[in-house]
Ligand binder design. Structure first.
Ligand code: HEM
Length: 395
């Protein structure tokens, strides 16, 4: 291999796995474009880096950038951009609010939203499944989770898009204004939710977060706000793409579709293999705190590094014939949700959304056919369909 790979080149976006395989073989740790990031591509190296937050730090990861024009970044101090001991304190405070009782409480709400969304999908004619299914379900669930009124749920995606584009530090004045407006609007709505739950506690996540205590300590107002921003960003686009990949695999593999329709108890197994085969989070950033040697390659101190989950999940050394979709694989693979101290808080919720959404889709429709070209989103850290034209056929 010669020259740096550009992970945003259109041919790489269409199928990054061929490029990842080349990298694992010939340059398992190297610098890529855009940005000159170092990438770690082999499964065991990625896991080892996740396990070593002292050397591969989360401080300074992309969400935490603070461009001057922004004034303040609402999630600059959120837990995903912190190392121990600050991370440990916050994680301990929010962990319980995401435990099994909280999840059980949410299940009925997820089903309620999913039923209404699946019932609205038109039968037998072309529809963009991102608009009709993969976006509205996670948007409603995340909106509900952070306590927003249902009338605001459809705004969540635009807010999340504006907030994540802070990290690109746009130079365009108009774009900066849009982002600033989204920050103000989101902050105002979340402040209303916090004030309301203080006055009238409910059985919900925001109330649990307001009441959370560990060793007599609670979350400050700024920490609460930061965390709600983080949920909006971390829980939305990721789950949209998980659902999009599920639908795409169902269209490509009639054999798999037939098995799932015949036996819904296979759906969780299917979802796990989709998460391995097409992980929505393809890469997560770290910053080296000292020189690191990985697969014999020296990465200097202070270097931005991408742990390539997308590559690790296709590594034949861990998953034989890794480029093949095979829902009968044995063994647990949690890597799509990270590993170690920052392991995804929302993993059980994302799995539940996918399970319930698919159960309802497969109960209503018999098969799904492509109705036009799929368009991929433009990012090498989060991957999924931006446009997914589908015809859903009834029984
Ligand atoms: C962290 C993936 C859904 C909330 C992470 C990380 C990954 C990930 C890879 C690790 C980041 C790191 O190591 O620094 C995913 C995927 C999802 C998903 C693939 C869907 C398929 C969700 C949902 C929520 C959520 C639904 C919330 C409702 C979080 C939070 C963290 C996190 C708060 C930070 C945890 C910490 O720093 O300790 N996620 N996520 N995620 N995720 Fe998710």
């Amino acid at each position: 291999m010669s020259g740096r790979i550009n992970l945003l080149a259109p041919e790489v976006r269409a199928n990054p796995y061929a490029v990842y395989a080349e990298l694992r073989r010939h340059a398992p740790v190297c610098q890529v474009d855009p940005g000159g990031y170092w990438v770690i591509t082999r499964h065991d190296d990625v896991v080892a880096a996740f396990k070593n937050p002292q050397l591969f730090s989360n401080t300074g990861v992309r969400l935490a950038t603070k461009p001057e024009w922004l004034g303040h970044n609402p999630f600059a101090d959120s837990m995903v951009g912190l190392d121990p001991p600050q991370h440990t304190r916050l994680r301990n405070l929010v962990n319980r609010a995401f435990g099994p009782p909280a999840l059980a409480r949410l299940e009925g709400r997820v089903r309620h939203y999913a039923e209404a969304i699946v019932a609205r999908i038109p039968e037998g004619r072309e529809v963009d499944f991102v608009d009709a299914f993969t976006l509205p379900l996670p948007a409603s669930v995340i909106g509900e989770l952070i306590g927003l009124e249902p009338s605001l749920h459809s705004r969540c995606k635009r807010w999340a898009d504006d907030l994540t584009s802070i990290s690109a530090n746009p130079q365009d004045e108009k774009r900066r204004e849009e982002i600033l407006a989204a920050v103000r609007e989101t902050e105002a709505e979340m402040a209303k939710v916090l004030a309301l739950r203080r006055r009238e506690p409910r059985e919900d996540l925001v109330t649990d977060l307001l009441q959370a205590r560990v060793d007599g300590q609670s979350l400050s107002d700024a920490e609460l706000m930061s965390f709600m921003f983080l949920l909006l960003v971390a829980g939305l686009e990721t789950t949209i793409h998980l659902l999009g990949h599920c639908v795409r695999v169902l269209m490509e593999r009639p054999d798999v579709l037939a098995r799932l329709r015949a036996d819904h108890s296979l759906i969780p197994r299917f979802v796990e293999e989709v998460l391995r085969y097409e992980p929505p989070v393809q890469a997560f950033g770290r910053l080296t705190t000292a020189e690191a040697v990985v697969s014999g390659v020296r990465i200097p101190a202070g270097a931005p590094v991408m742990l390539l989950i997308g590559s690790a999940n296709h590594d034949d050394a861990r998953f034989p014939d890794g480029d093949r979709f095979d829902m009968d694989r044995e063994g647990v693979n949690n890597l799509p949700f990270g590993h170690g101290i920052h392991f995804c808080l929302g993993a059980p919720l994302a799995r539940m959304e996918a399970r319930i959404g698919l159960e309802l889709l497969l109960s209503r429709f018999e098969r799904f056919t492509p109705a036009g070209p799929l368009e991929w989103n433009h990012s090498f850290t989060v991957r999924g369909p931006r446009v997914l034209p589908v015809i859903a056929h009834g029984p």
